[in-house]
Design a protein around this ligand. Sequence first.
Ligand code: NAD
Length: 487
Amino acid sequence: MQEFEHYIDGRFERGTRHADTLDPATGTPWARIPMADTADVARAVEAAERAFRTGPWPAMTASARGKLLLKLADLIEAAAPRLAEIETRDTGKIIRETRTQIAYVAEYYRYYAGLADKIEGAHLPIDKPDMEVWLRREPVGVVAAIVPWNSQLFLSAVKLGPALAAGCTVVLKASEDGPAPLLEFARFVHEAGFPAGVVNLLTGGPEVGQALCTHPKVAHIAFTGGPETARHIVRASAENLSRTSLELGGKSPFIVFADADIDSAVNAQVSAIFAATGQSCVAGSRLLVEGSVKETFLAQLAERARTARIGAPGLMETEIGPLCTERQRGRILDLIARSEAAGARIVTGGRMPEGPGFFFPPTILDCTHAPDAPCLHEEFFGPVLSVLPFNDEAEALHLANDTAYGLAAGVFTTSLTRAHRMIRGIRAGVVWVNTYRAVSPLAPFGGHGLSGHGREGGLAAALDYTTVKTVWLRTSDDPIPDPFIMR
Ligand code: NAD
């Protein structure tokens, strides 16, 4: 079996505790991963703190940091086929997706490489002629980055890229499920030449995450995962009043008006809910469709769901791979059962398939007669779409916003004016019009409500890892006048 290691203070370590990681397509172990303990966490944070305060990292210019990030991007790009293979093996994400996504991971690091020397302070034109006042943008310190099991290379790139560009150091905790691609990624951090302690990478479950979040030397916790875990994270952050940024789940509406290009909308809906076997925070998991086109739309969609090629994630022709874990499949089945009990009707899928691996079929639930079914409100994080018809634009908007989440939304219409009204009315961090799942390093991404706060991507993300220092410098050689008058 292949073995993976932690990366702490510039060294690879086998660790003292280990676990097997499973191939979700077969349910059998394929590699051994280390599992950190609280002592490992403490060493990693101490190393990151040391690297932040002393050594070559704080002495490095911003453009030198950018060059390291560029080198990292090149190494990732060169190793993309291997990284994609490992991610597919460890998480079940299909190879077509992992290959494309890893190419994008390199682009995120490139974007932040270019941004490193563009994080600027400011000069303030205040009304005191004998004072110079300016703002320095300084890195916030040690960042604890915690990621979930889906897309770990990508979800860590959107944290590491801006944090390193800003001059922070990082302790990255991979998920206990599917961590192999991230542990492999540490090899490229090392090869790129980042000084020891600047990036530390370990894996483990909730107790490791807690130890990281409560460590007094962690200044910022950058978390991606579910809202329940986010509550633990925020409570843990209260210990040292450290900052948090939270990228959480969603129950994103996918809204189809009767005037939309239906073929195109069907394609986008397939991608929105069945790509990554639905294990995507931005999954368009609530189809809101205008009543007059509901049957046509559903018929086309159900046909696509039934004929999707389910199979080995490593084959290029596969469209739907397995879920990452058996636990996830259990959660999905439970939510389907509760939704059926509430009146939702299965259009297709919905039942546990036979055979090895953690597969689950693309599933559509018609909630026309069950508007309060739990499947319309709770996140599946799987290939399950809940459908609700609407009569007019006002109802579409009301239903779109009838959620505690607020991550993303898709609007399909050929009316320009309606598109603008919907964009204004929808409460979500991202609105896609006549498209879905498009991302770019330049474009901020994040949510409201149960979907979290803070933005990843773009300049805003790098600024989030900085703090402002206000500097006052008196330019007069005269003695300071009356000490009791505030200047
Ligand atoms: P999760 O919340 O169970 O776990 C996420 C990470 O948190 C893991 O590394 C886990 O080990 C760690 N963790 C668990 N308990 C912890 C604790 N008490 N303290 C500190 N760390 C702890 O999430 P998951 O099931 O792995 O992933 C699915 C969730 O992630 C979904 O809700 C999904 O929508 C969300 N997600 C969001 C985005 C986004 O960008 N908004 C992207 C991908 C996934």
